[in-house]
Design a protein around this ligand. Sequence first.
Ligand SMILES: Nc1ncnc2c1ncn2[C@@H]1O[C@H](COP(=O)(O)OP(=O)(O)O)[C@@H](O)[C@H]1O
Ligand SMILES: CC(C)(COP(=O)(O)O)[C@@H](O)C(=O)NCCC(=O)O
Ligand SMILES: [K+]
Length: 279
Amino acid sequence: MILDLDIGNTLSKWRLKDADSSEIRSRGAVWTREEWRPGSDIPDLDVVEAVRISSVARQAVLEQTVALLQSRVSHVHVARSVSEALGVVNGYEEPHRLGVDRWLGVLAGYQLAGGCCAVDCGSAITIDFVLPGGRHLGGYIIPGLRLMKESLKLGTRNVAIDPDSEAEELLLPGKRTVEAVNHGIYLAAVSAVNRIYAEVCDREGIALPMLLTGGDARVVARGVQSPHAVWPDMVYGGLEACFPLTAAERAGRMSGAPRVPQPAGLEKIRAGLAFSMLL
Ligand SMILES: Nc1ncnc2c1ncn2[C@@H]1O[C@H](COP(=O)(O)OP(=O)(O)O)[C@@H](O)[C@H]1O
Ligand SMILES: CC(C)(COP(=O)(O)O)[C@@H](O)C(=O)NCCC(=O)O
Ligand SMILES: [K+]
């Protein structure tokens, strides 16, 4: 079995993948913290032959995790942001400072779709762009839904946005504090994603497919105007592409990859941008 780990600022996600069949056998998530307890937090390591890790948590968390895993598993691969990989050139001045979850998302998106806009809706919402040909432009970071809500300190922190709410409902003026906050931050997040996408496509003169991942991807996607696809395993896709271990991975296939969305025409994106600037 292959154990894939995606350690975010809020949640540490894991999945177990069968090395022979390439099937996902199980998955889970625990709050990100200093210590892992095999057996309760992560699966029994006896069945694991290789581990692949993406971590944006504090260095100490990664060190602890790697030390624990290396004592039990023979192959431990830790992803790092580098200046160039798999045909993509990192757009950061200091490539290693790009969050590795963003880098893996961009690599997976590029492998699947070629040029694309990769949106990761977690503790932060990150919006990255890579052009056909592989030039990563860099990206944008805004607070995620939960962070925005917590920063207001209005006592609404434990009332999450219902992920099944309809986007239109979430855009209405709130009539209670919790509703005003939820609808406000939702509109802030989706407006930013829509605007940033249109601005960059306009500037670069190309309509790019948009791919979304992260804990809040589904609800954010409902407010996104352009054609898009949600890919919950996008960061894992980057791990598969960087450290291919199964036959399917070596052939370039990534688990759970969606169909590439056909972007709207550039003229339509530009018209939407011009309209939003008139408002
Ligand atoms: N079951 C859940 N537990 C915690 N957060 C969740 C859950 N479902 C959705 N979320 C949302 O997803 C976010 C975490 O998403 P994730 O992509 O895992 O973030 P990160 O990678 O930053 O840890 C939370 O901030 C919250 O808004
Ligand atoms: C921007 C992030 C905090 C997003 O992390 P997440 O929301 O997935 O936990 C992470 O990618 C990070 O720590 N990046 C380093 C700074 C940068 O990318 O510029
Ligand atoms: K994120």
